[in-house]
Design a protein around this ligand. Structure first.
Ligand code: TPP
Ligand code: MG
Length: 599
């Protein structure tokens, strides 16, 4: 069958059951779009318009996180394609799968400097910007190469450690006729699952059986594998506390008595306590990033190597990367957990005292949160908002967050009872992610309630996508916690540098008056219902009203920006260097740095 290169691509996406193509056309991808037009008209695939290409990637990423299935993003050449880079980086760092298809210079014109080509150092040099943010990127030099590149792209996205892929398709290749068969995906991909090595499992089980204060640290690998039941069974069989990382948030039922919340700088007192006093830690699909580990300062979150470490990961590069491990197991988190549970046998240690201590630490933390909210009923804080939200939002609804105080406070304070209901940019912490990612999650899980909760700064990076929300009439609850600025950073300036050192983080006019756009009015201008809340006593009713609106809705909540009520507390340590002229503060800082152990 003779097809154009563009048709080969779209037909391959259809054969992989890709539900949506998201993107923006340009002269660089016209033939690809022409193939898309035809297949959309034949109802074989659907197309979603966006207003900024990075948002297309976030939509695809949110969809992947909600379903485990990748979408394709199509962009033009040059600026359109480069707009996807931060979206790809966000997906790459969190190991999620998105396919970006971008137009590129005609093969016979490469190097002349056609419109939107970058060619000063290498002809048509866009891929050098994609190498560091994708699992793999390609350029198809002719249409004959497309089936193999596509098949390999899906293999990479759907096996091993997940991640995004990008393909550049020269304009002439998109239009070129070619008579080739498409590969059958199922004959070109393995469904194998990587089991843990039997001898390593036995060794790990022996160490686990001897543990008195066991902790499981569950990362994004567990969340993305959907290995919720296995995690719960293993934790219960072992009597271990489960501490989650930012990327792993919601992989465990968080009302469970074994839930130990989070460790790290913006973690919790209970999480840090359990981790630093653990005798054996089993880490599953986590990178031990600086935020999770209190920048490796010994005794702050972890006490490796005094604490024994068993590390399980699908990627051997992560094992032993930041902490030496006593036992490293390569494998898929879900099956390795089941193997470990089998190997454990009957409990050999009495962990009753540990369980009681864990419950004490848990209730101390929850009490502290309660007291903080109760102390200031006169203001809406992010904490008080989260409580009202929790009371009304369906338990199985999906909540999406990105960088800012709301993300950190959800981490510290919000209890997801149903696993797999939180989506966040855990590793790259990208502002502008949550709103489009929530659109993607809703496309993937139309039956579920979906809400994004974000700051005003975050929303200002993506608010143009209110058009998509209105166009697709999606029932997403968009919550903007407006505090007139980038308070997460303002609070950090005050925390680490001190009073008077905040700068450039409040939104203000040239003459220094507080500034905010009217988000509710903006929503209405886009055709979206909106509500605005300023007083604590109005919050409950407004939220219920917003949740009950069946179309798109924006709820703007004016939260306090009064320090320190503007954010959560720093329960661990974070290595934020202090300028040399702040002599005393810098000395204290350097003492902490001296305690960092990066093995
Ligand atoms: C794209 C991007 N730029 C900058 C940052 C650094 N950053 C992290 S949080 C933050 C402020 C977030 O402000 P907002 O969304 O209003 O939330 P708030 O902390 O005020 O609640 C900034 C600028 C980032 N994470 N991502
Ligand atoms: Mg803000």
């Amino acid at each position: 069958m003779t097809r154009t290169g563009g048709e080969v691509i779209i037909d391959y996406l259809i054969s992989e059951k890709v539900e949506y193509v998201v993107g923006i056309p340009g002269h660089g991808c016209l033939s690809l779009f022409d193939a898309l037009r035809d297949r959309v008209e034949k109802k074989q695939i659907k197309y979603i318009q966006v207003m900024q290409e990075s948002d297309a990637v976030y939509i695809a990423d949110g969809y992947y996180r909600a379903t485990g299935k990748p979408l394709a993003v199509i962009t033009s050449i040059g600026p359109g394609s480069l707009n996807t880079v931060i979206g790809l980086a966000t997906a790459f760092v969190d190991s999620t799968s998105v396919l970006v298809l971008m137009g590129d210079t005609h093969t016979h014109m490469r190097g002349v400097g056609v419109l939107q080509e970058i060619e000063r150092k290498h002809d048509s040099d866009v891929l050098s910007s994609f190498r560091s943010v994708t699992k793999r990127c390609w350029r198809a030099e002719c249409a004959e190469q497309l089936p193999k590149i596509l098949q390999r792209s899906f293999n990479l996205m759907l096996t091993g450690r997940r991640g995004p892929v990008a393909i550049a398709i020269p304009m002439d290749v998109q239009a070129q006729p070619v008579d080739i068969e498409l590969p059958l995906p199922q004959t070109r991909r393995t469904d194998s699952i990587v089991y843990g090595d039997a001898a390593q499992i036995q060794k790990a089980a022996a160490l686990m059986n001897a543990a008195i204060r066991p902790v499981i640290v569950a990362g994004g690998g567990v969340l993305h594998a959907g290995a919720f039941a296995q995690l719960q069974h293993l934790a219960e069989a072992w009597g271990a506390a489960v501490v989650t990382t930012m990327a792993g948030k919601s992989c465990f039922p968080e009302n469970h008595p074994l839930y130990g919340w989070h460790g790290g700088s913006k973690g919790t007192e209970v999480g840090n306590y359990l981790c630093r006093t653990a005798d054996v830690v089993l880490a599953l699909g986590c990178r031990f990033a600086d935020e999770t580990t209190s920048s490796y300062r010994k005794g702050s979150t972890y006490n490796f190597p005094d604490t024994k470490l068993i590390q399980v990961d699908i990627d051997p590069a992560e094992i032993g990367k930041n902490y030496p491990c006593d036992i490293g197991i390569l494998g898929d988190a879900s099956v390795v957990m089941a193997q470990l549970e089998d190997a454990l046998g009957k409990p050999s240690m009495d962990r009753t005292a540990y369980f009681a201590d864990m419950q004490d630490a848990r209730s101390r933390w929850l009490k502290k949160l309660d007291n903080a909210v109760a102390a200031h009923p006169e203001m809406i804080t992010i904490s008080s908002f989260l409580r009202v939200f929790k009371a009304h939002f369906p338990k199985d609804g999906i909540m999406v967050t990105s960088s800012g105080n709301s993300q950190a406070q959800v981490l510290q304070e919000y209890c997801f009872e149903v696993p797999g209901t939180h989506v966040t940019t855990g590793g790259f912490s990208t502002m502008g992610f949550s709103f489009p990612a929530a659109i993607g999650a809703k496309l993937g899980q139309p039956e579920k309630a979906v809400a994004c909760i974000m700051g005003d700064g975050d929303f200002l990076m993506a608010m143009q996508e209110m058009s998509v929300l209105a166009q697709q009439n999606l029932n997403v609850l968009v919550v903007v916690l407006n505090n007139y600025g980038w308070m997460a950073i303002r609070d950090l300036q005050l925390d680490v540098f001190g009073k008077g050192f905040d700068f450039g983080t409040d939104f203000c006019t040239a003459d220094g008056k507080p500034y905010t756009p009217d988000f509710s009015a903006a929503a209405q201008a886009f055709g979206i219902a909106s509500l605005r809340v300023e007083k604590p006593e109005e919050l409950d009713a407004a939220l219920v009203k917003a949740i009950n609106i069946t179309g798109p809705v924006l709820l703007e909540v004016m939260v306090t920006n009064e320090y320190p009520f503007s954010g959560g507390s720093a329960t661990g340590w974070w290595d934020v260097p202090i300028p040399a002229y702040m002599t005393q503060k810098r000395q204290d800082y350097l003492q902490c740095v001296a305690e960092e152990v990066i093995g």
